[in-house]
Design a protein around this ligand. Structure first.
Ligand code: SAM
Length: 276
């Protein structure tokens, strides 16, 4: 189900290379688990349980908890701790190579949630990976760097808004639930975090005739976010064609990329695709 790429030297102290900042604060641990919409029939996949700060708290509320840890020593220690536990299964491996559907098991009942206080350096790859399995996931709960959470939840026109905001908002409804101060962790990171929920959408909020073109245009737009959008995407859609699409949608031809929301990007793509 998952490949293991962690046969590295073993050190007892927290490993920077694995993004290890352990949640120490008991109040925030409780606040986090209480903010999750778990019930006793649910299955949860925990990413990077570490020393198990959240594992027991989650396990007490759900039917099954599958925790995927990459670190050899931590995984072995959790395996030992939970070896007789009927709720918790520890998987030693890399979440990015896990087949989430296989992990949950074909016959899982209730809802499937993914939870993690995740390593900062692989936040985007983790979200992209999880979204491939969105049809079976109800919600994703993540503790991420505060600035990253703001980017994910940002609205059009704000400085934090970008192509990743569009990507995440197309597939889910992100919400920053609360801030988690850096002092809650050991070792203490340089920045604060936030606890973020991503409620997976059953269908995207806008109808898009060509999803590949939609994301190509969005990515190109935000490479030059302050420029006029029609100039930023010249390599994807020729200027004249884009001018006609903008006119058909009634959008100011001089609009800048960062001002366009998801429904406007969708309208532009549909105008291009359906142009007679
Ligand atoms: N959940 C614990 C807590 O809150 O104290 C640990 C959080 S720490 C920020 C991130 C954890 O993810 C570490 O235990 C680290 O070893 C683990 N990890 C790093 N990369 C991983 C990967 N690709 N797959 C699974 N776990 C990973």
């Amino acid at each position: 189900m998952c490949s293991d790429r962690s046969r590295t030297a073993m050190r007892p102290k927290p490993k920077k290379s694995l993004g290890q900042n352990f949640l120490q604060d008991h109040n925030i641990r409780r606040k986090i688990v209480e903010a999750c919409d778990f019930s006793s029939s649910d299955t949860v996949i925990e990413i990077g349980p570490g020393q198990g700060a959240m594992t027991g708290l989650i396990a007490a509320r759900v039917k099954r908890l599958i925790a995927v840890e990459l670190d050899d020593i931590l995984a072995a220690s959790l395996e030992e701790r939970y070896k007789d536990d009927p709720v918790v299964t520890i998987v030693h491996g890399d979440i990015l190579s896990c087949d989430i559907e296989a992990l949950a098991g074909r016959n899982f009942h209730g809802k499937l949630f993914v939870f993690g206080n995740i390593p900062y350096y692989i936040t985007s790859p983790i979200i992209e990976h999880l979204f491939r399995f969105r049809s079976i996931i109800t919600a994703v709960y993540l503790t991420v760097q505060k600035e990253f959470g703001k980017r994910i939840a940002a609205s059009a026109g704000s400085d934090d808004y970008g192509s990743f905001s569009c990507f995440v908002q197309y597939f889910s409804k992100p919400k920053i639930e609360f801030i988690v101060k850096r002092t809650c962790f050991y070792p203490e990171p340089k920045v604060d975090s936030c606890f973020l929920s991503l409620a997976i959408r059953s269908k995207p909020p806008v109808d898009v005739a060509d999803e590949e073109l939609f994301f190509k245009i969005i990515r190109a737009s935000f490479q030059k976010r302050r420029k006029q959008m029609r100039n930023s995407v010249k390599d994807v859609v020729p200027g004249e064609k884009m001018a006609r699409a903008l006119a058909a949608c009634g959008i100011n031809p001089k609009i800048r990329s960062e001002e366009l929301d998801l429904s406007q990007f969708a309208a532009i793509v549909n105008a291009i695709v359906y142009e007679k």
